[in-house]
Design a protein around this ligand. Structure first.
Ligand SMILES: Cc1cc2nc3c(=O)[nH]c(=O)nc-3n(C[C@H](O)[C@H](O)[C@H](O)COP(=O)(O)OP(=O)(O)OC[C@H]3O[C@@H](n4cnc5c(N)ncnc54)[C@H](O)[C@@H]3O)c2cc1C
Length: 589
């Protein structure tokens, strides 16, 4: 596996030339004095940490995995120290609420950090990633006592967070869950049940482990309207904030799995464990969605990170590996990067990674607006755009990520199937991102069946109007019109498909049959939009174009010629409707 290089040049380009970071952040965070220079110096430091500390542990962590000793998880060698280093450097609290000791820096920086952590060590990244989501759920829904007890220690990273939803019989449909919570009579509850597949369920990093558990109160209605959210710590917390008695929250076993071996995925038994209600009784799923939405974006960023890692390793291999003759016949053996098919694979990965990073950061700026803009209407609109894009980022980024890791593996030929090159680990690690945090099928259903209809169906058009405005502006930049044209055409077709889905919103089968194709179509347009913005910014430099900017324009053209046309096939498939999917009767499967 080649060394990891943080995408600092690309981040600087996006901040300075595409996203107008300085003006945007000055308006939203006037007291922080945050600008590109400050952001880049923080991200440079983060890049060093990821490359020097997390990346070397990725392979050894995969080989060693986690183990259970006397009921406690022991993480792979070096993880405990790496986590301590991550916390000591302040990375855990980067975007955390300053009222609880966080640094309060923009989400835009947080997402850039998340990408680097995920690129270098997906297993590690889940510890802080889940903690942050749990913190957000508590900040939004818990009472002041719970907030005072947990938030500052979780934001600093001293204590970690866990999301405990899934049970053997309740995965996608959480309405089927059966974990019980019975009042103890003192304001607390006794939580009893078994959860499976719980990431970061236990570890040996020290501190407390704060489980957010979905459970049912006695006499709760059946289904999703009878679910409540509880905070259940591994150690009870004394009034002075120190750790008290051990709560009966036990690891039943560790799951043996395809990838992310250094991440302890646990079966958790809550054996009358003491917990406290978060938010209103029977409204737990809505509260948990604060965490789930945060994690969905985080998982999309995991996809981006692992795809970038795959690109780096495959590109450096392709420049070194000598095989065959160059197409002009002059060099033999030639590095495999001379072959059109190898170039196709590398360019396909990169043509996804770069606009995905841009789209993620643009979405993060919307999160910053939603949290900090003085105007309530602007905050609401930004929040709507984030809601619309969350399933797109989760599902499309992770689908493209798996495709990217497989392409990178293919660049390595047989050596990609052998463990020591490290690329097969990326394939195994990437695979889970399509499954957990709501499968990609469920994300597609969320987009096509719910998000398109939210706010009276206005959300997608608000997004499309922004794209259309940027395309119109780009057409004025010399050389950019030919790049913007194909996206404008795809956008028109997407608008028509969207209106059609909205019109038939109540037809669940029709929507379900279209959903996955529709989400990919939507994502290709969004990525194309980002290519137009990046290409227009690069072309607007005129004669001062650098090799970096020329590459942006070349890649934008590649995307328009080779990847965006997928929308034509997707459109046909969507228009074919559900008939062929539903025709085969059950017994014939
Ligand atoms: C490594 C790992 C880590 C995990 N970490 C956590 C964690 O930290 N906390 C936690 O609570 N859970 C966690 N999970 C659980 C994960 O989120 C679930 O596995 C996932 O949500 C799917 O649930 P399921 O496995 O029961 O699949 P099912 O719900 O049985 O789904 C099976 C298939 O049916 C499809 N399907 C189901 N319902 C529908 C529908 N309504 N419409 C269309 N298609 C549908 C799905 O898309 C999927 O393809 C983890 C899982 C793994 C493997």
């Amino acid at each position: 596996m080649s060394a990891y290089a943080a995408p600092l040049e690309d981040l600087r380009f996006l901040f300075e030339e595409v996203l107008d970071f300085d003006n945007g952040m000055a308006a939203l965070f006037p007291d922080l004095g945050i600008d590109t220079a400050l952001a880049m110096s923080a991200l440079e430091e983060a890049g060093h940490f990821c490359a020097d500390v997390l990346h070397p542990l990725n392979r050894s962590g995969d080989e060693e995995g986690c183990r259970l000793e006397a009921g406690q998880v022991v993480t792979a060698t070096g993880f405990r120290e790496a986590y301590a280093g991550f916390v000591a450097a302040g990375w855990a609290g980067l975007s955390g609420d300053p009222a609880y000791g966080g640094q309060g820096l923009p989400r835009t920086l947080q997402l850039a950090l998340d990408e680097m952590v995920s690129a270098t060590n997906m297993s590690f990244g889940l510890f802080p990633g889940l903690t942050r989501g749990a913190t957000e759920a508590l900040a939004h829904h818990a009472d002041d006592t719970i907030k005072a007890t947990y938030l500052s220690k979780m934001i600093s990273g001293e204590w970690t967070g866990v999301m405990a939803l899934t049970e053997a019989s309740a995965g996608t449909d959480l309405g089927l869950l059966s974990t019980r919570a019975v009042p103890n009579g003192d304001g607390s509850y006794a939580v009893t049940g078994t959860k499976i597949f719980i990431s970061s369920g236990d570890h040996d990093f020290g501190g407390n482990i704060v489980h957010l558990v979905l459970a049912r109160l006695p006499d709760a209605p059946k289904g999703v309207k009878g679910i409540s959210l509880f905070v259940v710590p591994k150690f009870l917390v004394n009034p002075d904030g120190s750790l008290g008695a051990r709560n009966p929250v036990h690891v039943g076993s560790l799951e043996h799995k395809m990838g992310i071996h250094a991440q302890p995925t646990c079966v958790m038994n809550y054996e009358g464990a003491t917990g406290w209600l978060v938010g209103e009784a029977n409204r737990g799923l809505a509260a948990m969605f604060t965490m789930m939405n945060a994690e969905r974006l985080f998982v999309g960023i995991q996809g981006l990170g692992v795809a970038h890692a795959a690109y780096q390793t495959a590109a450096s291999y392709a420049k070194e590996r000598l095989q065959g003759r160059s197409p002009d016949g002059t060099t033999a053996p030639a590095p495999i990067i001379v072959h059109a098919d190898v170039r196709r694979m590398l360019l396909t990965i990169r043509a996804f990674v770069e606009p995905a990073r841009a789209l993620a950061l643009w979405t993060a700026t919307q999160m910053d607006r939603a949290g900090h803009h003085p105007d309530a209407d602007t905050r609401r609109q930004a929040d709507g755009l984030v809601a619309l894009l969350t399933p797109v980022i989760k599902a499309a980024f992770t689908d493209f990520a798996l495709e990217s890791t497989v392409l990178a593996q293919q660049v390595f030929g047989g050596h990609g199937y052998i463990r020591e090159t490290g690329v097969e680990q990326l394939v195994r690690d990437a695979r889970i991102t399509q499954i957990y945090e709501g499968t990609n099928g469920v994300q597609a259903a969320d987009l096509a069946g719910r998000k398109l209809l939210m706010e009276g169906g206005r959300l997608p058009e608000a997004f499309f109007a922004q794209i259309a405005a940027d395309l119109a502006a780009a057409r004025l930049v010399p050389g950019a019109a030919e790049i913007a044209g194909p996206v404008a055409d795809a956008l028109d077709r997407l608008r028509t498909l969207t209106a059609d889905l909205q019109r038939h919103g109540e037809d669940v089968v029709r929507t379900g049959a279209a959903a996955t194709d529709y989400l990919r179509f939507f994502a290709l347009v969004a990525l194309g939009w980002m290519w137009v913005r990046m290409a227009a910014a690069s072309l607007s430099k005129g004669t001062e174009t650098t090799p970096f900017h020329r590459a942006k324009v070349d890649l934008a053209r590649f995307f328009m010629a080779k990847l965006l046309p997928q929308t034509l096939g997707l459109e046909q498939s969507i228009k074919a409707g559900p008939a062929t999917l539903m025709a085969l009767v059950g017994d014939l499967f």
